[in-house]
Design a protein around this ligand. Structure first.
Ligand SMILES: [Zn+2]
Length: 251
């Protein structure tokens, strides 16, 4: 017999855990939350055998003995349930955005067996989808290219990144994004690692690439600043648990 059911409770993209640890909060904490908040969704995550619940409202005012944490915290701590939590939140996001059929507008209902939803009107089945994005560590003579982005946290320096377009390979995407955003050309594009990032459904694919030609000429809509940094003297970068941290610090 298995232990008590594991429940992942999400509020505004954050997970409810027992205070002082990263263990998901249990049924009692969920019941306490549901006294004051609406339940947005409640479903079984297969094949992990956990239950995911989305509640309305901001990630604040947690039940006694609990706190909300970002999934980056779980990933950064290598928590054993980090991947299951990412899957649960990814599915929660997907289900919220796929309540109606994209072909005919009919209502979608959970598939009996698969992780999918089927239209009651036309029979079309929709599966969860991922949006692949590349993120790249560009190197030149031992230095790393980092940039500040216009639309993200402005004092944070991070790697260049962008969504993969239809018709291009991941490597093509790396070369295009770097060229568009900074004007430089890169070669020796090499895969490093990947990470699911359920905000809302990204698959971050990390690469390293070498500077090949060109001077930094920034795309002003995207970047406010870009510079080459010595790995021993880095500016403020994204925290552990992010794909950027892994690429920059080699963790
Ligand atoms: Zn339909």
């Amino acid at each position: 017999m298995e232990g008590p059911e594991r429940i992942f409770v999400f509020g505004d993209g954050q997970l409810l855990v027992r205070a002082g640890g990263l263990e998901p909060a249990g049924a009692e904490a969920l019941a306490a939350l549901q006294k004051t908040r609406a339940t947005l969704d409640d479903f079984a995550v297969r094949p992990q055998g956990v239950r995911a619940v989305g509640v309305a409202g901001a990630a604040d005012d947690p039940p006694a003995g609990c706190e909300w944490v970002r999934l980056r915290t779980l990933l950064g701590a290598d928590a054993p349930h980090a991947a299951a939590a990412c899957r649960a939140l990814g599915l929660l996001n997907w289900r919220a955005a796929h309540r109606f059929c994209g072909a005919c507008g009919g209502a979608l209902a959970d598939h009996a067996v698969e992780t999918a939803r089927t239209c009651g009107a036309c029979g079309c089945t929709e599966y969860p989808s991922l949006a692949p994005a590349v993120i790249v560590r560009v190197e030149k003579e031992g230095k790393i290219l980092l940039a500040r982005h216009v639309q993200r946290i402005p004092d944070l320096w991070t790697c260049l990144a962008g969504y993969v377009e239809l018709g291009e390979s991941l490597e093509d995407c790396v070369r295009r994004e770097v060229k568009e955003e900074t004007g430089i050309e890169v070669g020796d594009v090499r895969y490093v690692a990947s990470q699911h990032w359920p905000y809302p459904n990204q698959m971050m694919v990390g690469f390293a690439a070498q500077w090949q030609a060109g001077e930094l000429t920034l795309q002003p809509e995207e970047l406010s600043e870009a510079r080459w940094f010595d790995p021993a003297a880095l500016p403020k970068i994204p925290p552990r648990g992010s794909m950027a941290w892994r690429l920059i610090c080699g963790g």
